[in-house]
Design a protein around this ligand. Structure first.
Ligand code: XIL
Length: 314
């Protein structure tokens, strides 16, 4: 059968997955399926501060390098994830005593060292992640509190300086339907563009459930492209109640189908990335009690109905 990777390529988009460094290193069939089915990968955790920065003066590149090296060897693209986020920050940073100037320097150094290291290999970056609340206000967190809203524009500028060829995204969740968050995200991107900030794409995460009805997604994606940016679905998963039932799997397949069709329907939707491809390695079980089985392949790497529905629409 033809892989999702090839099917997507023939439609002019990329189909990708998040990848766990531990599974890639220790689970041969996981690595094989990742390599054959997906055209682009996003390190699930390996490029987050908590992993990359054990100390102020240390970068721990091992996991990220392993993922990027494997992707390059496989002819896959890479989405870097993520340079600035309120979560997954090391204690030396959040508990440290830095002046504003020092903190800006720490952030700039982190962004530029990381982006420069992977220049030419990591083509896309989720530069800033989850910067808004559901009501559309700026999301509270370390960077906002310490540096003010300007940190977002700064991080884009620093990343662009470090690799002018990188395609820089603002990534957000819960903006897949019309409402205050999607509106605020639109306003933020417009304002960044007006200020001349180098932002090239908007990523919608799309952590959905079997009851989600993403029928507004084509219009939402198209609205962003009106700001002259690319769009991408960056973290798609569709959780269902466990234990799994045939009806649950069918509802899930329908949501995957709709999201895939939505991206295909929008000229500047360049990729769909799933947040894990097998139920044996997914963040959902630990994060949403009572929910699970959110991915395209089951625990044994057999394809699920959702896989079929994605392949059919691609
Ligand atoms: C999650 C990972 O999947 C987990 O392994 C980790 O423990 C926490 O982070 N939105 C994002 C991702 O942008 O970085 C998150 O990934 C899931 C939600």
């Amino acid at each position: 059968t033809v892989s999702l990777r090839e099917l997507a390529q023939s439609r002019g988009i990329a189909f990708g997955s998040a990848v766990s460094a531990a599974s890639l290193a220790g689970d041969a069939s996981y690595a094989r399926t990742l390599g054959s089915e997906f055209g682009v990968v996003t390190p699930e955790d390996a490029m987050k501060w908590a992993v990359l920065r054990p100390a102020r003066d240390t970068f721990r590149w091992g996991d990220a390098d392993a993922i990027v090296d494997a992707a390059v060897a496989n002819g896959q693209g890479v989405r870097g994830h993520t340079l600035v986020w309120h979560s997954s920050l090391p204690a030396w940073l959040t508990g440290g005593s830095f002046t504003t100037t020092e903190l800006r320097d720490v952030l700039k150094e982190h962004v530029q060292t990381t982006v420069r290291r992977y220049a030419g290999r990591v083509k896309f970056w989720d530069v800033a992640n989850e910067v808004l609340n559901n009501d559309g206000s700026p999301r509270a967190g370390f960077w906002l509190e310490r540096l003010g809203e300007e940190y977002i524009a700064d991080v884009f500028r620093w990343a662009h300086e470090a690799d002018p060829a990188a395609v820089l995204y603002l990534n957000e969740y819960g903006a897949e339907t019309h409402g205050p968050k999607a509106d605020a995200l639109y306003a933020l991107v417009r304002s960044l563009k007006e200020q001349g900030v180098p932002i090239h794409g908007v990523g919608l995460q799309a952590h959905l459930t079997g009851s989600s009805r993403p029928d507004q997604l084509p219009a939402l994606l198209r609205r962003f492209t009106g700001l002259d940016v690319d769009v991408a679905v960056t973290e798609l998963d569709v959780r269902i109640p466990v234990p799994v039932t045939p009806a649950g799997l069918a509802s899930q397949a329908e949501v995957y189908r709709q999201v895939t069709a939505a991206c295909l329907a929008v000229a500047r939707c360049v990729s769909i990335t799933v947040w894990g491809f097998t139920d044996r390695r997914s963040w959902i079980g630990a994060t949403y009690p009572g929910w699970g089985a959110a991915t395209l392949f089951d625990d044994d790497l057999a394809t699920k109905p959702a896989y079929r529905s994605v392949a059919d629409v691609l």
